[in-house]
Design a protein around this ligand. Structure first.
Ligand code: NAP
Length: 277
């Protein structure tokens, strides 16, 4: 028996699909579970934002559960299934042999001015930004000093997060098979006095990025995906590709570049459905 946990956003369409899944599961080898049990599958209904929320809410299950995203708006980067494909989805769930595709996550270690540490996982990105004035941050890669950044903030994104905020900041779109973090600037100051690399940079999985905040006046805010932490007196942020990754059921995966085309260009009316492996 395979177990399922459903996470739907509060849009009527998503609620309707949640109920349809509950009805279709009756009398099958699938069983719904509550959040007190580890599910085989976590089905999200909504958009990429819904999947991000489910990831953070059920992070404790990420080693054992596989995610499946049903989109009730547009095709997303984490959401493959359309609402009219529930019967196919149910069949796949009953037949699947457990194959999954995994995407890298970012591990974020926050250290406050009292040297207290907090570790978080992000699916899209970690952003450090000023709440007032210019931030001054020393950027170290693998403990080597690279530059002193002055500006609004810095964004460190995962490959799947590269199509989110990172892209709006001028970062590259990274295929999820490339295990690297991308560092992009948010309104960096560059003139004859202050200088940074300015280009987005890719950091491989055996290296890490350390951001040392040089001045508390900017009142730094940390954003991890859709979550904001504005009350930490932050001293430094260390990020690397996490040991853990997020797993998606592999029986359906829209080709990554097809998602990119659909999200940003929309030239085609149909989606080529391919195995992602
Ligand atoms: P939000 O309003 O929930 O999301 C903003 C938009 O970003 C939504 O359209 C969402 O898609 C989309 N999105 C989320 N993850 C994505 C990904 N990996 N690739 C492409 N698009 C993605 O905003 P939020 O709650 O503040 O932040 C959630 C995420 O949204 C962040 O992690 C960030 O990457 C992204 N975001 C982007 C920008 C930007 O591009 N300027 C600004 C804010 C946030 P759905 O409609 O399918 O949910």
């Amino acid at each position: 028996m395979k177990t399922i946990l459903i996470v739907a956003n509060n849009k009527p369409k998503s609620q309707e699909i949640e109920q349809a899944i509950i009805d279709k599961i009756q009398g099958t080898s699938l069983r719904l579970v509550e959040a007190d049990q580890t599910p085989d599958f976590i089905i999200t209904i909504g958009g990429d934002g819904t999947l991000l929320s489910a990831f953070h809410q059920y992070q404790r299950f990420i080693n054992d559960s596989r995610f499946i995203g049903i989109h009730t708006g547009h095709l997303g980067f984490y959401t493959d299934w359309r609402p009219n494909e529930l019967d196919i989805l149910m069949d796949e769930l009953m037949q699947t042999d457990g194959a999954s595709v995994s995407y890298p996550l970012v591990e974020i270690e926050l250290t406050d001015i009292y040297d207290r540490k907090t570790t978080l996982l992000g699916l899209n990105e970690c952003v450090i930004r000023s709440q007032s004035g210019t931030m001054v941050i020393d950027v170290l890669v693998k403990d080597y000093f690279l530059e002193t950044f002055r500006g609004d903030g810095l964004c460190i994104s995962t490959p799947t997060g590269s199509t989110g905020l990172n892209k709006s900041l001028g970062g590259a779109i990274i295929h999820p098979r490339i295990e690297a973090l991308q560092l992009t600037e948010i309104a960096g100051i560059n003139n004859r006095v202050y200088r940074t690399v300015m280009s987005p940079m890719l950091i491989p999985k055996d290296e890490w990025i350390c951001l040392n905040i040089q001045d508390q006046h900017s009142n730094p805010l940390i954003q991890v995906d859709h979550l904001y932490f504005d009350h930490i007196a932050l001293k430094s942020v260390k990020t690397r590709i996490a040991k853990e990754s997020i797993h998606f059921a592999q029986f359906r995966h829209t080709h990554f570049w097809d998602r990119v085309e659909d999200a940003f260009l929309g030239n085609k009316n149909t989606h080529q459905i391919e195995d992602f492996s």
